[in-house]
Ligand binder design. Sequence first.
Ligand code: FES
Length: 105
Amino acid sequence: MRFRPLEKLINLQDGYRRSFRIDELALLLVKQDGEVYLFEARCPHREHPLDAASIRDGVLECPLHRYRFRLTDGALVQASEEPCRGLKTWPLIYEGNEVGLLLPD
Ligand code: FES
C-alpha cells in the first residue's frame, strides 16, 4: 500500500469540500462540524454528485432524493424509493502535515 496525500491539514477548514480524481476513483474530501470524511463523489442511488450533500451528525443526505448514508461505514439508513448499495468510504490517513488515503501498489 502507498500513501496518497490529498490535502494539507492547514487547508482543512470547516465547510471544506473538494473532489479528487485518482485513477478510476472519484472522491470527495469534506470537513464538516469538525470531522473530516472521504467518500465517493457520486450517490450510489442514481449517481447524483454529492458535493452539495448535507452532512449532519455523521449522516450524509443526497440532495436529489434525500437518501441518507452513515459516514462511518457508508450504510444506507434511509431510502424513499428502491434501496441501493451503501456509500463507499475510505479511512483517512494522516502523515506529517497532510491527509490522504492508502492505495494498493
Ligand atoms: S441520486 Fe442520491 S438519493 Fe437518488
